[in-house]
Design a protein. Sequence first.
Length: 97
Amino acid sequence: MHTFIALLNFTDQGIHNLKDSPLRADMFLEVAEKAGAHVKDVYWTLGDHDGVLIIEAPDDETAAAVLLSLGSHGNVRIKTLRAFDWPEFQSVLDRIS
């Protein structure tokens, strides 16, 4: 499984329906699991971003499908980062000549 970090910002629609955010998060967990991804953590944050998701998915396509599905509801805008754990990053370093 690969790790992805999604940085979320509420849209006008999302902030208008802010109190529904935990319910939407629960629904997202179900969608992700059905698609073969696993949501490790969900955080609502202060600062430049309104939320952070830590997701594990078997491949980029699964992660993209799950996050595009989330974004298609119009409540958040998403920036996605591919994260590398220690062994994965060591493998990247081993490929540098």
